[in-house]
Design a protein around this ligand. Sequence first.
Ligand SMILES: [Zn+2]
Length: 170
Amino acid sequence: MDLEDGVSPLPFSAEEADAIWERLRRRDSSLFCPRCGTILETVAPIAGGGSMALIWELRCKPCNRAMIAGQLLDQLLPRAAPRASEQDRAAARWMPEEYLRLSGPAVQRVMDLIDRHWLSYTEHDRRELAQVLLMALSGLDRPDAPIGPELKDICERLVVNWIEKRRSPS
Ligand SMILES: [Zn+2]
C-alpha cells in the first residue's frame, strides 16, 4: 500500500467550496478553511506558468483538503493589482448629481466629493483625480447642461482608471 495516498489532499465538500468561493467573490484577503479556520495555503500554479498562471490550488494542511481556484490571480494579489469596487463605481456615477448639489468654486466642489469617497488616498493622488474630473464636471455649470448616461460613464471610467493604475491606499 502506498503511504503517499494518505498525503494527497481530498477535495472540500461542495458546501465548503461554496463558502470559500463566497469569500473569493468578496475579494476577502483572508481565505480560511471552513472546516478548521486555518488560513488556506495557495499552492503555486498547477496549470499555466509564471505570472500568467490561471489555475491555483487552495489547500488546508491540517484537514488535508484542497480546492482548485481558477483565474484568481488578481484577487489573490489585491495589493499588486488594485481593482475599483462596486462602491467606487457607484460613487463615481453619482458624482454629477452630487456636484450640482454643492455650491462654491468648481474645483472645491470636486475636491469635496473626492474627499467624501476616497479620503484614504494621498492628497497628491486626490488632486490628480480632481484635475480630470473637473474637466468632465465643470460643464454642468452651464444652466441647461444635461446629466446624461455618457457623463456618468465618463466619471466612472476616470475613477476606475485612477484607482487601477496605482497601489491600494495603505
Ligand atoms: Zn482545515
